[in-house]
Design a protein around this ligand. Sequence first.
Ligand SMILES: *[C@@H]1O[C@H](CO)[C@@H](O)[C@H](O)[C@H]1NC(C)=O
Ligand SMILES: *[C@@H]1O[C@H](CO)[C@@H](O)[C@H](O)[C@H]1NC(C)=O
Ligand SMILES: *[C@@H]1O[C@H](CO)[C@@H](O)[C@H](O)[C@H]1NC(C)=O
Ligand SMILES: *[C@@H]1O[C@H](CO)[C@@H](O)[C@H](O)[C@H]1NC(C)=O
Ligand SMILES: *[C@@H]1O[C@H](CO)[C@@H](O)[C@H](O)[C@H]1NC(C)=O
Ligand SMILES: *[C@@H]1O[C@H](CO)[C@@H](O)[C@H](O)[C@H]1NC(C)=O
Ligand SMILES: *[C@@H]1O[C@H](CO)[C@@H](O)[C@H](O)[C@H]1NC(C)=O
Ligand SMILES: *[C@@H]1O[C@H](CO)[C@@H](O)[C@H](O)[C@H]1NC(C)=O
Ligand SMILES: *[C@@H]1O[C@H](CO)[C@@H](O)[C@H](O)[C@H]1NC(C)=O
Length: 413
Amino acid sequence: MSSFARLLIAVSMALSILAKRHHHELASNPTDGTSSAGYNTSRVGPANANCNRQTYQLNITSNNFVFQNVDSNANETILAAMFQDFLPAPANYSAMHENGMQQVSNTYSLSGTLCTPKNSAKNSDYVQYLIHGVGFDSSYWDFSVNNADDYSYVSAAAAAGYTTFRFDRLGTGLSEKPTDAYNVVQAPTDLAIATAFGEMLRNGSIGGQKFNKIVGVGHSYGSVQVQALTATSPSLLDAALLQGFSNNATGQGYFLAGGAYSTATEVFPQRYSSGELPNAYLVTLANQTQQLNFWYYPYYSEAAFQRNRETEQPVSQGVLFTQTGLIKNATDFTGPVHVVTGAQDVPFCFRDCYAVPAGSPYSSIPEYAKDLYPKAKNFSVYIPANTGHAVNTHYSAPAAYQEMLQFVAQAFS
Ligand SMILES: *[C@@H]1O[C@H](CO)[C@@H](O)[C@H](O)[C@H]1NC(C)=O
Ligand SMILES: *[C@@H]1O[C@H](CO)[C@@H](O)[C@H](O)[C@H]1NC(C)=O
Ligand SMILES: *[C@@H]1O[C@H](CO)[C@@H](O)[C@H](O)[C@H]1NC(C)=O
Ligand SMILES: *[C@@H]1O[C@H](CO)[C@@H](O)[C@H](O)[C@H]1NC(C)=O
Ligand SMILES: *[C@@H]1O[C@H](CO)[C@@H](O)[C@H](O)[C@H]1NC(C)=O
Ligand SMILES: *[C@@H]1O[C@H](CO)[C@@H](O)[C@H](O)[C@H]1NC(C)=O
Ligand SMILES: *[C@@H]1O[C@H](CO)[C@@H](O)[C@H](O)[C@H]1NC(C)=O
Ligand SMILES: *[C@@H]1O[C@H](CO)[C@@H](O)[C@H](O)[C@H]1NC(C)=O
Ligand SMILES: *[C@@H]1O[C@H](CO)[C@@H](O)[C@H](O)[C@H]1NC(C)=O
């Protein structure tokens, strides 16, 4: 072997060791902001709040869909074929891949963070309960680019004197990622977890404090859960703030197809290993498909996009196929309801929130959610301009937070 060839081999070995070390650091270094947790785990919250992150063990029983002819470790060919079954005809998909319901009981390990304002808490026994959506973890609510606080809703809330509680949904962030991506990680399980955390906020199991007023705040699939809570447990929440939400399903198929959802371990091998995540945990395939679903160009910074992509979280195929089924008529909910949806939201407005049918009694698509709230004390809608589905990551976020907090102030008054 020539010395040049030996040199090449030595260089390529060194590079591969460097690459491995780099991957290892990406997966485990808590301060570089790109751990598989999806957030900078050294950051527990913004500078203006005292935050406590904790792992909770929740015993959950839920009435789940029974999937059939599925395999959480099926390859991408099979997963894509399932999208083809589902997209044109969800009912046909159900006939092929679902077979009744079953009770599923498990203890789940879930990470939650309580943040209280450092100065001038308005009411220490009031809390905003924050539930994030698909593709994110709880850091959606403390979205931070270069460790700054200006996109952090937790920070805006603390500045206004409010306590917040957020948690990583099952299968995201620091929470457990169960290996069954169909029968376990699906919408009824998530709703049962959301219900349990709400009850725990009421009964003193979180922060040693019995919160007596709770405003539920969701984003996207998190809003679907908050909406479902107002229907299934109408006295659990005092008010509901549904961000990135409507009850118009037109954009949902586009969301599922446009994201080109693909096996997380193949798209982000540096962050997710097949030992940790089965194949049916998915992420959007490429930067552009993430952009299609969540962003409205050019009304955000490249750094915000980069931060989101570097920390994108997986979603189980079970959740993707069951999520919108949770939305229900909240006939007994009497609190106020506020919907905040970006004017160019794709999944819930099909990129135009003002595209109502001719002769509509409403001026925007999100206003139709009023039909789900016959007894609500008040129903209102805010549509930030130049904003896509991920409201908290666009330039409009700080102004949107002030508007949201006005609603929260009224709800707590
Ligand atoms: C991670 O969080 C720590 C603690 O807040 C902070 O000092 C550090 O700058 C953060 N890293 C990044 C990349 O934001
Ligand atoms: C959850 O269930 C386990 C096993 O049944 C039990 O030991 C534990 O005390 C329960 N935990 C809670 C918080 O109820
Ligand atoms: C995926 O799995 C199916 C069923 O086992 C198999 O027929 C197919 O060849 C596999 N595709 C690839 C690309 O491995
Ligand atoms: C769905 O199933 C119905 C009844 O079996 C069938 O007529 C229809 O062609 C199917 N649609 C699709 C898109 O597969
Ligand atoms: C609080 O609520 C949770 C969830 O429903 C329940 O498991 C727990 O036993 C309750 N704790 C108390 C002290 O009531
Ligand atoms: C995708 O976005 C990430 C984060 O912004 C960036 O590092 C990467 O180069 C982009 N990939 C491509 C193919 O553009
Ligand atoms: C639902 O959304 C579609 C797509 O934007 C729109 O054409 C339709 O008018 C909307 N329907 C209602 C009732 O808002
Ligand atoms: C919700 O229930 C109320 C009262 O029963 C009814 O008037 C309303 O039409 C229902 N809305 C929807 C969307 O089903
Ligand atoms: C209803 O909500 C709107 C918008 O938040 C607010 O301006 C109005 O004061 C509220 N009305 C009541 C009766 O709370």
